[in-house]
Ligand binder design. Structure first.
Ligand SMILES: [Zn+2]
Length: 489
């Protein structure tokens, strides 16, 4: 914030009309810029153009009534830069970049310099470091109360929204306590049921169905408790009532990029965010909502720059919706963070943006098109050749196809082995078009499948947002929210 203020003030001194008093300077922000000066910051849709400062309606140091906590999973500065350049060009801006308060955060976990989403989510939800793979429990497996549960205990409404399974690490860290993220997602679903959340939107319906609960249908139990249920975007739009469960896929939701090809009926993250706020803001209680753009991380693991672009833009649009809602209604804090960075993604100048933008499906979709030789389990050279040519416009030589198959052979049995095919496809494409990411040997040695310890960005808008400043630890973020609310974490 301080740096941006200094930049604005300098720009004002050089270009702007005289006549600002010293105190006027302090309140100087994008909202009271002249049109000329605004042109220096060519956000395609500047959010803060009204009179007053950029935290309009949101008095400094105030206790927010509502908190919207938005997590771009794996969204480092590199992922944002890819999305910015692909979507708006080199002089454009993401909406997130227009938020008034900015900080950076370290993300290491209790037992590793690099966190996974379980320990990262736990730090963001409880303010405590734990070991990788642990969900809202301490390294010695004691349950820790999340900020979402604090809001609930204080009588507020609470909800989670994600493009992943609602039982996956990040949303689970806010709503459940389990010692291992992979061990029992049905248990996480049960805890979410008992936690009486007001809104649950995302994927993972398989963990709510009778097969996961000894014949006991958890979705039906939600309905009996008074929840509306939505299974696709149309039902979501029409859903009424004060409590809402929406499960739009048995696994995570499909990549934005694949939805046309798959004729998907899933809602976008922005549509889920919109509905989540609509339901949670009913009545006069405050609310806490966690929103996760989960698949930025999945795209990053595969070095899939095209999907990083699309997923980050969907997340950016969700942030824009939430921030504009906060601006209209006041007394709302919007915090935008990442749980960690993934694959050291960077926007190189050698990167062929045009070719990458022409890729019409994700690495995941391409992986599903490959055919295997029954005897060896290897992918047929014809299908490998065809997939790269059809979807990425790359002609692989026989030797490259052979290398592709050999690499996958070597990766069997390793962590995340089921996802390796898509990851190798993405890495071949990123290398071919010179995108900047970790290479695949480094990824295969990484216990997190390629996460990094890079600092992640933090942005904030609204009541209390000025507290987010400087270099923070990820555990500081929920602590700041708790402090603003008068809760003890
Ligand atoms: Zn990840």
């Amino acid at each position: 914030m301080r740096n941006r203020r200094i930049l604005f003030i300098l720009a004002a001194l050089i270009l702007f009309l005289p006549g600002y008093t010293a105190s006027g300077m302090v309140a100087f922000s994008k909202t009271n810029m002249s049109p000329d000066l605004l042109a220096l910051f060519p956000n395609p849709d500047p959010p803060f153009q009204k009179d007053g400062n950029s935290n309009e309606n949101q008095p400094e140091g105030a206790t927010p009534k509502n908190v919207i906590f938005m997590i771009g999973d794996g969204m480092g500065i590199g992922q944002m830069e890819i999305a910015r350049q692909f979507e708006h060009g080199k002089d454009g801006r993401l909406f997130i970049e227009t938020l008034p308060n900015v900080a950076l955060a370290h993300t290491y976990s209790a037992n590793n310099p690099v966190t996974d989403s379980a320990a990262g989510g736990t730090a963001l939800s409880t303010g405590k470091k734990t070991n990788n793979e642990m969900i809202a429990v301490s390294p010695d497996k004691k349950e820790i109360t999340s900020i979402l549960k604090k809001f609930k205990q204080a009588g507020n409404r609470v909800g989670i929204v994600t493009t992943h399974k609602v039982t996956d690490a990040t949303p689970a860290a806010f709503t459940a306590n389990v010692a291992n993220r992979w061990a029992d997602q049905a248990e996480i679903a049960r805890q979410q049921f008992n936690g009486e959340l007001d809104v649950i939107l995302g994927g993972g319906s398989s963990y709510f169905e009778p097969e996961s609960h000894n014949g006991f249908n958890l979705i039906e139990k939600f309905k009996e408790k008074g929840y509306s249920f939505a299974a696709d975007r149309n039902e979501l739009k029409k859903a009424k009532g004060n409590k809402l469960l929406g499960l739009f896929n048995d696994d995570h939701l499909n990549f934005t990029l694949d939805r046309d090809e798959l004729k998907s009926q899933e809602p976008s993250l922005k549509e889920m965010t919109e509905k989540g706020i609509e339901v949670l803001s009913k009545g006069d209680k405050g609310f806490f909502m966690m929103v996760e753009g989960a698949r930025i991380d999945h795209a990053s693991h595969a070095a899939d720059l095209t999907s990083i672009w699309k997923e980050t833009i969907d997340f950016d649009e969700s942030v824009k919706y939430a921030t504009n809602w906060a601006r209209e209604h006041g007394n709302t804090l919007v915090v935008v963070v990442a749980d960690h960075e993934t694959m050291g993604v960077s926007a190189t100048d050698a990167m062929d943006i045009n070719a990458l933008k022409k890729i019409s499906v994700s690495h995941e979709f391409m992986a599903n098109q490959l055919k295997t030789v029954e005897r060896t389990g290897e992918y047929t050279p014809e299908s490998v050749k065809k997939v790269f040519k059809t979807y990425a416009n790359i002609d692989l030589s026989d030797e490259e196809i052979n290398q592709f198959n050999q690499k996958l052979k070597g990766s069997r049995g390793k962590v995340y082995s089921s996802r390796q095919v898509g990851w190798e496809i993405g890495s071949v494409i990123a290398d071919h078009y010179h995108g900047g990411t970790l290479n695949s040997p480094t990824r295969s040695l990484s216990s997190t499948g390629g996460h990094t310890g890079n600092l992640v960005p933090v942005f904030a808008y609204g009541a209390g947002s000025e507290k987010f400043e400087g270099v923070l630890d990820n555990t500081d973020i929920p602590k700041i929210i708790a402090e603003l609310m008068g809760y003890r974490l």
